[in-house]
Design a protein around this ligand. Structure first.
Ligand code: SAM
Length: 241
């Protein structure tokens, strides 16, 4: 999955960037997701699977010039776009890495100190991470609930974890919205050439998203639990006790 995902997002980086920034209603959702991180000026926030960086300016707005924003993604071409889009900020760092083994926090600092040069020494945020944001990412992970657990450990008590994901709508007007949603998921799930699935991708995606959001609700006190964009996008934010 991870190799085909990197190939897919790498190939479609420019097109994805357009959808990520220009879809009607998406800017409002991104601003809302950044606000749910409950950041203070000077804080450190990590975005897992940051893609082309569409959330990074909203996060930078929250932490201010003295804070730190770190975006992590494993696909190089999308990272290049994220880097170019945030070049004007010297406190926004974009790292290539796996969101399930992020190159941030104390562990990464230890690896760096032990000579692991795959970790960027300047950006490991060994001083602590105040919030983690992951938008439209957990559906691509093998163990989404496990990743949420790890992100909760990374922020620790008092920190925030925020998830936003597209899944089937439960609203009364759901059937046409869900039909469009299903088509988008099938077309945007690597490999795109496959027409028949034993286990349809939109159902697999729904199950993963349910598991990740449910785990966050179990582990944290809710600061946001809402739907956006005709009920298709779920936003869940929590504070760790
Ligand atoms: C649908 S895009 C979302 C990008 C961005 N979060 C947004 O809201 O526009 C999913 C991104 O997650 C990245 N991704 C998926 N699994 C990942 C992993 N295990 N580690 C790092 N990045 C990952 C992909 O490379 C892709 O850029």
């Amino acid at each position: 999955m991870s190799e085909s995902a990197q190939e897919f997002y790498g190939r479609w980086a420019r097109c994805y960037d357009l959808i990520a920034r220009e879809t009607p209603g998406i800017a409002r959702l991104r601003r809302r997701a950044a606000a749910a991180c409950r950041l203070e000026p000077g804080d450190t926030v990590v975005e897992m699977g940051c893609g082309t960086g569409a959330n990074l300016p909203y996060l930078r707005e929250q932490v201010g010039p003295e804070g730190t924003v770190i975006g992590i993604d494993f696909t190089r071409p999308v990272l290049e776009r994220a880097r170019a889009a945030t070049a004007e900020y010297d406190n926004v760092h974009v790292l290539q890495g796996d969101a399930t083994e992020p190159p941030v926090g104390l562990e990464a600092a230890r690896s760096f100190a032990n000579g692991d040069d795959s970790v960027d020494g300047e950006d490991v945020a060994a001083g602590g991470v105040d919030a983690v944001l992951a938008t439209f990412v957990v559906g691509m992970l093998a163990d989404p609930a496990g990743a949420v657990d790890d992100w909760c450990e990374l922020v620790g008590s008092g920190g925030h974890v925020v998830l936003a994901n597209a899944a089937r709508s439960d609203e009364w007007y759901a059937p046409p919205v869900n039909a469009v949603f299903r088509a988008i998921v099938v077309l945007s799930t690597p490999p795109t050439t496959r027409l028949r699935y034993d286990d349809p991708p939109h159902l697999r995606l729904d199950a993963k998203i349910d598991a990740a959001h449910a785990r966050l609700r179990e582990r944290a006190v809710a600061v946001a639990d809402e739907t956006h964009l005709f009920g298709v996008v779920r936003l869940t934010g929590g504070r760790l006790e």
